[in-house]
Unconditional design. Structure first.
Length: 153
């Protein structure tokens, strides 16, 4: 007999893309069915060889501007989650796949919900963020596919 484990903690990786609302909606559906809490996460970072003052338009360092925008984005997403299902929001600094995996491990998450990504030239060479999360996560990963990706083929 197949036994499915109960999920109590779900990490939702959001990237601000057009697919993010469907990723969040899928995570909320799973959380509601499982009685789980969701944590919304957005990763920000700079390539290591780009100086922080390269795009200086304010007195704040670029990384702090990116953090603030990510926090604002997550605050805009949070109302899509019922208050009793929302565990919180978190901005992680770093490589997106690593940040999501680290947060899920730290919070002892039962599931990560992410969106699939395109398969352009760089993605084929380096691997997508979604693929890296699937390969490195310490918990199960649910990948929400973009329906229009298949329709374009």
């Amino acid at each position: 007999m197949l036994r499915l484990s109960v999920m109590k903690r779900i990490v939702v990786g959001l990237d601000g893309s057009p697919r993010a609302p469907s990723v969040l909606a899928s995570a909320v559906t799973i959380a509601r069915a499982q009685g789980a809490k969701v944590t919304l996460v957005r990763s920000v970072g700079l390539p290591p060889d780009v100086p922080q003052d390269f795009w200086k338009t304010t007195e704040e360092p670029l990384l702090e501007v990116l953090r603030q925008r990510a926090r604002q984005y997550l605050q805009e997403c949070a109302p899509s989650v019922a208050p009793d299902l929302l565990a919180g929001t978190e901005v992680a600094v770093g490589v997106p796949w690593q940040a999501v995996c680290d947060l899920a491990a730290r919070d002892d998450a039962d599931l990560i919900v992410i969106g699939s990504h395109g398969y352009g030239g760089m993605d084929r060479l380096l691997g997508t963020t979604a693929a890296k999360i699937v390969n490195h996560a310490t918990c199960s990963v649910f990948v929400v596919r973009d329906k229009t990706h298949h329709e374009r083929r």
